[in-house]
Design a protein around this ligand. Structure first.
Ligand code: KIV
Length: 273
């Protein structure tokens, strides 16, 4: 059994994350979308739990993150918060809830905070969404940025391949990262970009850079929990490390149960009243 590397049992704050970066301590982040998974994830020592809009893919079976609604994200975040004692809980603002204008963005952000009791929000994008970012920060709500491959813009990108390989896009990503830090974001997720570029951003900024497919030069890592536990079969990008094969474990267990029911082995005499 892995040792749970938690030296500080106090509730994780955005300030603590910035301090961890300053102290050279790596940050472990994972997604969760429900109470039971979140309580296991928290108990295993994860520092940040992301209620990702990847719930749209993982929980609802959609092809993209675009269809998930504000009400659905609130439902997931509320369930996660109930299961968490230590980790910082960050909730994604879903597509369409912060891009229209700053007023709508801040009122949706306040609604998520009030109804879910999560600790912070994550928004995808750089300078284009800066007015919304500033307005939400002004309301006292901590924000984690998200640059590189931003899945809410998949229809613009057209593919899920590595972003910012070209100089112009890399330069824009660097200036977006600085703009988000200057605005007051407490962290930035960098998704699927060259490791060298991510390491450069991490070294230039004082706020933590959390990578997914962005190499080991980041200040922390995030993965989608269903992918790292091996529940999703068809998804195997190069950056993904599978820590378990839950797909096989669950299929075997469920198959065994079906067999027992069909053979009248379950329930036995000790399993009835
Ligand atoms: O929604 C999500 O799970 C995310 C991670 C991939 C960072 O944004």
């Amino acid at each position: 059994m892995a040792g749970y590397l938690v030296e500080d049992q106090r509730k994780v704050t955005t300030h603590r994350l910035i301090q961890m970066k300053a102290e050279g301590k790596k940050i472990a982040m994972l997604t969760s979308y429900d109470y039971t998974t979140a309580s296991i994830t928290d108990g295993a020592g994860v520092d940040v739990i992301l209620v990702g809009d990847s719930a749209s893919n993982v929980m609802a079976g959609n092809w993209t993150t675009l269809p998930i609604t504000l009400d659905q994200m609130i439902y997931h975040a509320k369930s996660v918060v109930r299961g968490v004692k230590r980790a910082l809980v960050v909730c994604d603002m879903p597509f369409g809830t912060y891009q229209v204008n700053e007023t709508e963005a801040v009122s949706n952000a306040i609604r998520i905070m009030k109804e879910t009791h999560c600790d912070a929000l994550k928004l995808e994008g750089g300078v284009e969404i800066l007015p919304a970012v500033k307005k939400i920060l002004d309301a006292g709500i901590p924000i984690c940025g998200h640059l590189g491959l931003t899945p809410q813009a998949i229809n613009k990108f057209g593919t899920y391949t590595v972003r910012a390989k070209e100089e112009a896009e890399a330069q824009k990503l660097i200036s977006d990262a600085h703009a988000l830090e200057d605005a007051g974001c407490f962290a930035i997720v960098l998704e699927k970009i060259p490791a060298k570029l991510a390491a450069r951003v991490a070294s230039e900024l004082t706020i933590p850079i959390i990578g997914i497919g962005a190499g080991c030069g980041c200040d922390g890592q995030v993965l989608v929990i269903a992918d790292m536990l091996g529940m999703t079969k068809g998804f195997s990008p190069k950056f993904l490390r599978r820590y378990a094969d839950l797909h096989t474990i669950m299929t075997d267990a469920i198959g065994h149960y079906v067999e027992d029911v069909k053979n009248c082995d379950f329930p036995n005499e000790n399993e009835q009243y």
